[in-house]
Design a protein. Structure first.
Length: 302
């Protein structure tokens, strides 16, 4: 019969040696929680703290003839949660809301069909505002014309730029953007659609955003200056909710200004759940919060 192993308890000296390390770990953990919560609070109230991403609210830009605006998107699994939100906004502001799901090209991942939907909608409208299905209007008192005015700087919406979009941590984002009816827009949309080498199946990326990034990066400088306008503040119409996670903390540390420019805050026009998995839960929570006078925090959704 083998001898019974002897249990050796740590000596008093060993316990005294370990206590500072244990205390340091506990303090570090508590400080991390406090820092994460404080960061979430600051970013969610960024506009109240001096960051302004809201153009004129409550009244449309006084132009002789308002441009014909269309809000275009595709249906997906969060449709029931967000469709009424966008329809109500479009009706309130006098825009046309278009569900272009019937245009989905099954030979590619669905996100590529936004190109077809936008091109088709431009035939009958002066401007098309594309927004992915995982977006939500969070400030329905902001007119799209006022967003354009903030970026173009004038009331004449019948001339360049033709393409207005935002940038996030990775570069230009293909989830929310404006296109103006023009020959340049039609050519650009055709060129974007023809970037077949970027089409991807069975991955987290479908390739349409990579194709757009490639085209924007390779536009001649003068052409880009005339026809493309990238918002200096992402939160003007394409905010991302910020919550503590490995990815978001890493990006905050590496590029705090980009995070500050794009994090969703009270008063922002639209929130975009790009890269977030549990979209239905997020959407339900944010719709509930936008119906209250004071928005709640979203740090409990991971």
């Amino acid at each position: 019969m083998s001898p019974r192993p002897i249990t050796r308890w740590p000596s008093k000296h060993q316990l005294k040696t370990q206590r500072p390390w244990l205390l340091l770990i506990v303090i570090t953990f508590l400080l991390s929680i406090i820092t994460f919560n404080l960061t979430s609070f600051i970013l969610q109230h960024a506009n109240s703290l001096g960051r302004s991403c809201s153009p004129l609210v409550g009244s449309v830009v006084p132009v002789e003839n308002r441009p014909r605006m269309a809000i275009v998107s595709l249906s997906n699994r969060v449709q029931e949660t967000v469709w009424q939100n966008k329809k109500a906004y479009a009706k309130k502001m006098g825009y046309r809301f278009i569900d272009a799901s019937w245009m989905i090209d099954r030979s590619r991942p669905p996100s590529w069909s936004k190109i077809l939907a936008v091109k088709s909608s431009l035939r009958d409208h002066d401007w098309v505002f594309w927004n992915d299905a995982d977006t939500l209007v969070t400030n329905p008192d902001i007119y799209l014309e006022n967003i354009l005015l903030a970026l173009i700087g004038r009331n004449d919406f019948n001339s360049t730029p033709d393409f207005i979009l935002t940038e996030d941590y990775n570069g230009v984002n293909a989830g929310v953007f404006f296109f103006r009816k023009s020959e340049w827009s039609e050519r650009f949309l055709d060129t974007w659609w023809n970037q077949t080498s970027f089409v991807k199946f069975g991955s987290t990326k479908s390739g349409d955003n990579d194709a757009l990034m490639y085209l924007i990066a390779n536009l001649p400088k003068e052409e880009k200056q005339v026809h493309v306008r990238i918002s200096p503040m992402q939160c003007l119409f394409n905010s991302y909710p910020w919550f503590p996670s490995r990815k978001s903390v890493y990006r905050l540390l590496l590029s705090p200004w980009t995070t500050w420019q794009g994090a969703y805050s009270e008063g922002d026009f639209m929130v975009h759940l790009a890269g977030i998995g549990n979209k239905k839960e997020w959407m339900s929570k944010m719709i509930q919060d936008t119906r209250t006078p004071r928005r709640k925090t979203f740090s409990n959704l991971n």
